[in-house]
Design a binder for this molecule. Sequence first.
Ligand code: SAM
Length: 460
Amino acid sequence: MELPAAFVRRVVRDLGPEEGAALCAALDGVPPVSVRLHPVKCGDAGALSERLRATGAVPWCPDGRYLAERPSFTFDPAFHAGAYYVQEASSQFVGCLAGDVAGRRVLDLCAAPGGKTTLYASLAGPDGLVVANEIDRRRASVLADNVRKWGAGNVVVTACEPQALGDFEAWFDVVAVDAPCSGEGMFRKDAASRGEWSENNVRMCAARQEGILAEAWRALRPSGRLIYSTCTFNRDEDEGALERLLERVGAEAVEADVPEAGDGWGIVCGRVGAFRTYRFYPHRACGEGFFAAVACKAPDSGGRVRTPKARRTLFAPVDKAATAELERWVAGPAKMRFARVADTLYGWFAAQAEAVRTLSEAVPVIYSGVAMGQLFKGRLRPDAALAFFAGLDRTALPVAELEHDEALDYLRKQEFAVAALAEGMNLVCCEGRALGFAKRIGARVNNLYPNSLRILKSER
Ligand code: SAM
């Protein structure tokens, strides 16, 4: 499908004939393929390069890698283990804008499917918290799957209108709005996005972004950072959205301290009031079309912390014996707290456990922390999410290492060789990366991989 004519006219007008033509030519080219490695599960990045054939690092993201070609990720067990996230390179740049978020509270207001959430989760670490919100329920459940698989244990997934999180006034250190947009930056990677584009849709997106940014600003504490991004090129949804926000918040916005973009990165840097802006054009930078901006809320902007009233009590305490059983499964038990929600036991890092409770009592949470599992006669029957948790204590149970093809059988929920398994519950791994659990009872194996995640494609 051709690029929309009105889009071509606009970029030629805005960028000039030469640069406009270069952009349009790049949008008809082949997109680069990139991933972001899980810093804990992929400590040794070289381990991935054989199957994925990494060709180089993404210059603005320490864990980002370009790949020689697009492999079939479905048939790579490391992908299912959450050892990397398939994320286009430009959007990995938001990590540079977040500042030092270790131990901080980050709100990712438009989060599904979770590319940026998982990046923020790695940066926030065990003392931090990422609240990943997605308004669309179906997309929120994909987000929750990706959060489980990433296994950082420091994410709360909510599914609500931005306003419900704006009501957590001045509560967040960083608020990220990766706004729903007209998607012009995706014209190369996703051909369907060309058909969905219209000037009317650009106007609609711009109006929606204004509302989301207003809620984001409410949720931000004084001195906190706002990160705004889109995957579109038009001014109305990019600089224009920031100008409209500044009309409302004026001097409350001040510049953020951010590292300079590298000379050879091909990023076009600019400013809108207090906002530093970054444009990624595919004919200049190695990535898809992307726009990002950052500013801080002034320290003296006077925002008072206010959280909505609790609407329900969700967390039931667990007794000493249950706590001792749960502690056996995690590498840093002293840093964790446990509670029961409905019939499942969950773990959260102690530093943010109260914050998770506050949120869970006020807004619809669909996943948080680590689902540990259920207790039967005092023993934990682990939830699949616990296998993905980077803080799992692997001495808690036998580890069954499978060959590549056996691992794919496991991931398809088919029968696989019993020989690798010890009697009872096993952690199933491939190349040392955990995929899930399986229970051996004599000659029989109970494959506990979740139905919802299993590989349905038969062969590559
Ligand atoms: N941040 C995601 C990532 O890195 O994987 C991509 C987010 S996508 C660009 C924008 C998301 O905003 C979509 O999932 C969309 O469903 C959601 N959205 C749509 N309308 C919204 C609204 N009114 N408020 C908040 N989010 C909205």
